[in-house]
Ligand binder design. Structure first.
Ligand code: F3S
Length: 390
């Protein structure tokens, strides 16, 4: 196993001069660095920590968090939890679950983690090209690497928390130039000018299954940032894609002019994507996976104007995005739809009560069946609103 070289400050932490928790956290980072061949640690700008929903971490996770004693030294936020903190009763969450979820949140608060529970931290905290990060949630990791050009591996919850408490992460994998090059070309021979977010999610769903953990380089598409978010989230769910490039669109594809000659080319026909938009009968609609951007909320308001929902319609976004788009959110909720912060359709027990859920996300299409025990159907945002209001 390789040696991870430490600077004098890191040596002091390892010697226990900054407390036992930080010492243990550094040991964890060094162990990871040894396994993955890191020669050193790199300073991070922020951390995003998964393992925040009581549904996923349970009593053991809560006990471990409660045993730690240190404070984050860089901005650190949480992945979505199992309920919206201020509106869990209205959502029908069991009081016993809510109490355990509150305990998890309190444990993170004690560790100095900012109580923003979202998979879209890039809407709330400046994240720039070249920043090193320790983020956990796969769609956030994909967006940071691909759309922003920042650098993060997909960290497990404990490793992201360790990085937050130490301020550093082992420098390997996607932190290094040599591991960020395209490995397979995805050719989409289609005029996708009319494509909307769900179709990019479906393209990502299909592509992730084909490429596994390779770094794809797309040609033939020109998605906007929300569409890139959907594409990357779905590829990270059905494959293990933590970085992708889009010709002339994503920052590294623009800057680096990668040499892609000789790479395998996979051609995707639009019909392969269309097949995912099949008919099933639906009893709830959920959008905001990853959490909605302000533009997506605005679009939903436009589509809901003058309509009332006839089946449960849930929309998920970061609390900070909801707070700064209050008028838009009020207009959406006037229809009977609900806009919830902190949580999402996958990590909350909420959606387990439905048998068939319509989503506009390739990632949710991949996760809802296993995590919520429901059948999922993907539709455009227009189709989702039409389904919720017909
Ligand atoms: Fe975010 Fe939950 Fe989807 S964490 S990416 S909304 S599964």
């Amino acid at each position: 196993m390789n040696q991870v070289f430490l600077d004098p400050d890191e040596e002091k932490i390892l010697a226990g001069e900054n407390g036992e928790t930080r010492q243990k956290m550094l040991e964890l980072l060094i162990a990871l660095g040894k396994v993955f061949g890191a020669e050193r640690l790199v300073r991070i700008r922020s951390a995003q920590v998964s393992g925040a929903s009581y549904k996923t971490i349970g009593e053991y996770g809560l006990a471990w968090l409660s045993s730690l004693d240190a404070r984050a030294v860089v901005p650190a936020v949480l992945n979505p939890i199992g309920m919206p903190r201020g509106r869990w009763e209205e959502m029908g969450i069991e009081p016993a679950f809510a109490a355990r979820q509150q305990a998890v949140i309190a444990a993170y608060e004690r560790l100095g983690v900012i109580l923003e529970c979202t998979c879209t931290p890039y809407y709330l905290h400046d994240t720039s090209f070249g920043d090193h990060l320790a983020w956990s949630e796969s769609s956030a990791v994909s967006y940071a690497n691909s759309v922003i050009g920042a650098r993060t591996n997909r960290e497990g919850g404990p490793a992201a928390l360790a990085a937050a408490l130490v301020g550093k992460t082992p420098c390997y994998g996607l932190h290094l130039d040599k591991n960020r090059k395209p490995e397979v070309i995805i050719e989409v021979p289609s005029d996708e000018k009319d494509w909307e977010i769900a179709r990019y999610g479906a393209l990502g769903y299909h592509t992730g299954k084909l490429v596994g953990n390779k770094i794809p380089y797309f040609r033939g598409i020109s998605p906007n940032p929300d569409q890139l978010k959907a594409l990357g989230a779905a590829m990270a769910a059905t494959g293990a894609v933590a970085l992708y490039h889009v010709n002339d669109i994503t920052p590294e594809a623009k800057k680096n002019r990668f040499d892609i000659s000789g790479l395998e080319v996979i051609r995707i026909e639009p019909a392969e994507v269309d097949r995912l938009f099949s008919e099933i009968s639906i009893d709830a609609v959920a959008v905001g996976c990853p959490h909605c951007s302000p533009a997506e909320l605005l679009d939903i308001t436009r589509l809901l104007k003058g309509k009332k929902v006839t089946k449960p319609f849930y929309i998920f976004a970061a609390q900070g995005v909801i707070d700064s788009n209050r008028q838009t959110v009020t207009a959406i909720e006037k229809s009977g739809a609900r806009v919830y912060a902190d949580t999402c359709m996958v990590v909350s027990p909420l959606m387990e009560r439905y048998a068939a859920i319509m989503v506009n996300s390739g990632k949710a299409l991949a996760y809802v069946p296993d995590m919520c025990g429901a059948v999922a159907r993907i539709g455009s945002i227009e189709e989702c609103v039409a389904m919720a209001t017909r």
